[in-house]
Every structure is written in structure tokens, then in C-alpha cells.
Design a protein around this ligand. Structure first.
Ligand code: F6P
Length: 195
């Protein structure tokens, strides 16, 4: 069985400020995670002849992958974070205060709620289809470095979790979820590299 490793990018400057979306670089803690992740990946996959590192097109995932030297990297736009449209760059507090109807609508139905000029979780799930097809087709291990909403959807696919749970799945920073697809089904391990 070949592993698929799923992880969010290292903590970004926007994560520290509580801002959603954006395209910032990593915080100091995020940079430390990038180094730890590279160590982990190079040890975990050292006996593999090939593997690939998949990131989104956003800086925070590309920077998280950058210390990994052993394997080739591919950028996928389909791995970019959920597009928060007019709310991009805001904090949840700001959305609640300035756009209370939007805030409530999302709270009511987070799966179907679409940000004005942005995306819903259902939109994200749909755009991930080609990524999932390609992941299924790969014979070598893949490390996917992406974002909270996207990884919730990817993880739910492999762990066979129901659609309605997807927006609420816990997806902490600085943690690797290893998925093994074997004949007996899917096995999962978690590695928390930092607090
Ligand atoms: O806060 C980090 C982040 O990746 C945002 O960029 C994104 O909008 C959010 O998480 C997605 O999580 P939720 O759907 O719970 O708002």
C-alpha cells in the first residue's frame, strides 16, 4: 500500500491575525513547521523510489513545501483554499459585524452557503474531482499540502465521511494525516509535529 500524506500549510501571517483567504507568507512558527515537515517526509518516504509533492498555487503552501528537496513538486489551482469572495481578507468577527446576514446564512448551512462572488463547500468538492482522480491513479506516494476547507473535503472522500459533516471536520495546523489505501480498506495515522 502506498501512503497519501495530507497537511495544511504551516501557520501563515493571516492565520495569526485571524484573517481568512489572502495570500500571505508563513509566520515564524509556520516556517519551523515547513522544516519539520521536510524532515518527516524525507524520513517517511526514504525507501520510495518516487513520490510527489502537490501544493496549491498560494504562497503559503509553496513555502511550506520549499524545504523538501527529495521529490518533485506540482502546483494545482484546484488545491487553492475556498474562495471567500467579498469576505476575502476579513476576520469572522468583521463578517459578523459588517455582513450579519451572510454570517448567519453560512452558520445555518455551511455546506451549501456560497460567499458572494466566491465559493461554497459544494463548489470546492466539485472542483476537487480531477485531483481525486489523479490521486487514485498515482502508484507512488503523494504529499498534499493544501488548506483547511480543501483538506476537509479530500479527507472526507478517503475516510468516507458524509457530505454534511465536511465543513465541520477538525483539520488542525501542523499535523500530518497519513492515509494508507490497502486491500483491507483505508487506514489512517496522525502525526502532530508541533503545538
Ligand atoms: O482560516 C484559515 C482558512 O483556511 C481560511 O482561509 C478559510 O476561509 C477557512 O480556513 C475555511 O474554514 P471555514 O470553512 O471553517 O471558515
Amino acid at each position: 500500500p502506498r501512503p497519501i500524506l495530507l497537511t495544511r500549510h504551516g501557520e501563515s501571517r493571516d492565520n495569526v491575525r485571524g484573517r481568512i483567504g489572502g495570500d500571505t507568507v508563513l509566520s515564524d512558527a509556520g516556517e519551523i513547521y515547513a522544516k519539520k515537515l521536510a524532515n518527516f517526509v524525507e524520513k517517511r518516504l526514504k525507501s520510495e523510489r518516487t513520490a510527489s509533492i502537490w501544493t496549491s498555487t498560494l504562497q503559503r503552501t509553496i513555502l511550506t513545501a520549499s524545504p523538501i528537496a527529495a521529490f518533485p513538486k506540482i502546483q494545482w489551482r484546484a488545491l487553492d483554499e475556498i474562495n471567500a469572495g467579498v469576505c476575502d481578507g476579513m476576520t469572522y468577527e468583521e463578517i459578523k459585524k459588517n455582513m450579519p446576514e451572510e454570517y448567519e446564512a453560512r452558520k445555518k448551512d455551511k455546506l451549501r452557503y456560497r460567499y458572494p462572488r466566491g465559493e461554497s463547500y459544494l463548489d470546492v468538492i466539485q472542483r476537487l474531482e480531477p485531483v481525486i482522480i489523479e490521486l487514485e491513479r498515482q502508484r507512488a506516494p503523494v504529499v498534499v499540502i493544501s488548506h483547511q476547507a480543501v483538506l476537509r473535503a479530500l479527507y472526507a472522500y478517503f475516510a468516507d465521511r458524509p457530505l454534511k459533516e465536511i465543513p465541520h471536520i477538525e483539520m488542525p495546523l501542523h499535523t500530518i494525516i497519513e492515509i494508507q489505501m490497502g486491500v483491507t480498506g483505508v487506514q489512517e495515522k496522525r502525526y502532530k509535529l508541533m503545538d
